[in-house]
Design a binder for this molecule. Sequence first.
Ligand code: NDP
Length: 292
Amino acid sequence: MSATIIDGKAFAARVREKVAQHVTRLKEEHGVTPGLAVVLVGEDPASQVYVRSKGKQTVEVGMKSVEHKLDADTSEADLLALVDQLNDDPEIHGILVQLPLPDHIDEDLVINSISPAKDVDGFHISNVGLLSTGQKSMVPCTPLGCLMMLRDHHGSLSGKDAVVIGRSNIVGKPMAQLLLGDSCTVTIAHSRTKDIEEVVRRADIVVAAVGRPEMVPGDWIKPGATVIDVGINRIERDGKNKLVGDVDFGSASEVAGAITPVPGGVGPMTIACLLANTLTACARANGLPEPE
Ligand code: NDP
């Protein structure tokens, strides 16, 4: 194996440590405790795991954590009423409605009912617009975590050829905006992209956010490129359940210059960035300087 392994787990621990220090200072110097509310509708097992993990880490950095677990048949009106209540709650600085929502609820409507200032997922249409016009916004957590790891590894990203595979609103598109904001030349590949191998082979930076186990083999990767694997795919191999990314780690790590593993890469950074966003939202709400 030749690639440097980008250790998202260790990086995320450093981010959380820094957030915790800021939280302590906010409490001591300003009497303010950042608060994050997470709303879960239904019993999707993966969502339950994420929500539990978010709540635990929120408390560990010294923030207030509030969880609202609603039945799968909760009406859209009741969910919107809860979001309204959280929008008005001065002790809550961040609101996250765990996706996906049940089919009878309009996801866009709910996301856009969250106050943009408390939208720590960065999915509200105002934050999407602010990000795409290069203005101060709430940045979606997963792409933000990827950008932090890339900046940490490379220093400047200016002029690099970046390919983002996947064009979802939660990962692919905001990732492309962030890379553009850092002056990369960005290509977004998706299910209709022709000659995707050739497109990926040109990239100095590859971000894979597809949801297809090990779709990107090593021979698609330009030697020395940096590979960020967002995918989280559960597969069964040799009779065991395993988590794998969208990149074939074995072959890609022979060619890449640096690569994130799955698990232990992008995943831990996502929650760390959620906590960082909540801290930022709290500082902004109180007219305080934004923590670095
Ligand atoms: P979506 O399903 O919303 O989007 C997947 C994207 O991949 C789409 O744009 C789709 O293209 C594209 N795609 C599908 N098949 C191909 C293909 N054969 N070739 C090229 N592109 C293809 O997924 P998400 O963006 O929500 O998530 C992507 C992955 O990242 C998942 O594995 C998910 O679990 C993971 N994830 C991880 C997070 C973390 O914290 N680490 C957080 C969020 C997601 P098209 O638009 O044309 O259909």
